[in-house]
Design a binder for this molecule. Structure first.
Ligand SMILES: Nc1nc2c(ncn2[C@@H]2O[C@H](COP(=O)(O)OP(=O)(O)OP(=O)(O)O)[C@@H](O)[C@H]2O)c(=O)[nH]1
Ligand SMILES: [Mg+2]
Ligand SMILES: [Zn+2]
Length: 356
């Protein structure tokens, strides 16, 4: 259960704000249907207040498009009883995942974060493919990824395991931590400068909320028990921005079983910089790295320089991203056709009206 101290943070405004009418710049702590919980953007540790969304639940971005707000978004709020959210500021970064949702193909998991903590457990063994997937998600967001390997207290050689994971996390810091004995938390705490926003992503049961509590220095998020089969139980059910010690904030997220990738060729190239570098040395520019002569990628696999698993993982994620791109293109094309049908229908109506 969430502690009572936190519960008090979410309050509704009961008195009209003294300067009602002026717009306040606020940060979204939690997004519900119909309303947001927000804090002043210059005081992220303050008590959150509820602010109503427009009827359609969408907010205008500076470019005029209307989208749902997400945790970490900066919004304009008109104070009052109730307060109203009027607009969304452009996002500096956005952690986006593919979702098979009815209303949208993409879900923005968190906005305006500086650091994406890719949280994976050391016990059971870390899933390298999942780390690669989440790193791609992180690189695409524009934020800096950091890998946090939890439950170091449960394995005999956490540093050795961290070194193995570091091989698939090119250019990324990897920390083995334990919230039980405090191992490895200091380098993670060093990320928490005032105003810095982080998001924790990773499978259910990895220990994201436990890490949040350790970094906050108090129990702000509920944590779950572990089932005998090692799978988590989805303890965290909604995304929430939590103030940490030292003026940083962190978005805790529910672990999801499969995080779908949205199209992200550049992010894939960054995550798989080793494969990309090899591919640049293949004889043919359009080499598929299957049976072509002069294929530097296959040669690296045969010599043992590039693990076969790594190549397979890259192929899988690249296929998935390409599929997401085609689906998104098809959707955009369908939307454009629907828009044209509306325009033409309206025009026909006008013409009928003007006819003598
Ligand atoms: N031994 C040990 N157990 C840990 C550690 N971190 C987390 N756990 C345990 O792992 C279980 C899951 O932790 P949570 O923090 O709830 O995991 P989560 O990632 O937030 O899970 P969801 O909210 O379901 O996504 C709990 O029983 C924690 O006590 C650790 O460093 N060492
Ligand atoms: Mg949790
Ligand atoms: Zn090749």
């Amino acid at each position: 259960m969430r502690g009572p101290s936190y519960r008090r943070r979410v309050t509704t405004s009961d008195a009209p704000h003294p300067d009602a009418g002026a717009l306040l710049r606020a940060r979204v702590v939690r997004a519900d249907r119909g309303a947001l919980h927000v804090v002043p953007d210059d005081d992220l540790g303050a008590d959150a207040v509820r602010a109503e969304l427009p009827r359609d639940g969408l907010l205008p971005l500076p470019d005029g498009t209307r989208v749902p707000a997400t945790v970490g978004d900066v919004v304009d709020v008109r104070p009052g009883d109730p307060a109203h959210v009027t607009a969304l500021h452009a996002r500096r970064t956005a952690v986006v995942r593919d979702s098979a949702g009815r209303t949208s193909l993409e879900q923005v998991v968190a906005a305006n974060v500086d650091v994406v903590l890719v949280v994976e457990h050391l016990d059971p063994d870390p899933d390298l493919g999942r780390v690669e997937r989440l790193l791609t998600l992180a690189w695409r967001s524009g934020a800096r990824p950091v890998v946090v390997l939890t439950k170091a207290d449960l394995v005999p050689d956490p540093d050795g395991m961290a070194a193995e994971v570091a091989q698939v996390a090119i250019g990324v810091d990897v920390h083995a931590v334990s919230v039980v004995d405090g191992t490895g938390l200091d380098p993670v705490r060093a990320l928490l400068a005032p105003g810095v926003a982080l998001v924790a992503v990773g499978p259910s049961g990895a220990g994201k909320s436990s890490l949040v509590n350790a970094l906050a220095g108090r129990d702000v998020m509920a944590t779950g028990g572990r089932r005998a089969d090692g799978r988590g139980r989805h303890t965290t059910t909604h995304r929430e921005l939590v103030p940490l010690a030292g003026g940083a904030v962190l978005v805790d997220t529910p672990g999801v079983r499969g995080v779908g990738l949205v199209a992200a060729p550049d992010a894939l190239d960054t995550t798989f910089a080793d494969v990309t570098d090899l591919a640049a040395r293949c004889r043919f520019a359009d080499c598929a790295h299957v049976a072509e002569p002069g294929c530097a990628v296959r040669e690296a696999v045969e010599s043992g320089e590039l693990p076969e698993r790594r190549l397979a993982s890259w192929r899988k994620l690249a296929r998935e991203a390409a599929y997401a791109a085609r689906r998104s293109d098809a959707r955009l094309a369908a939307e454009e056709r629907a828009r044209w049908r509306r325009v033409m229908r309206d025009r026909h109506r006008q013409v009928r009206h003007q006819a003598p």
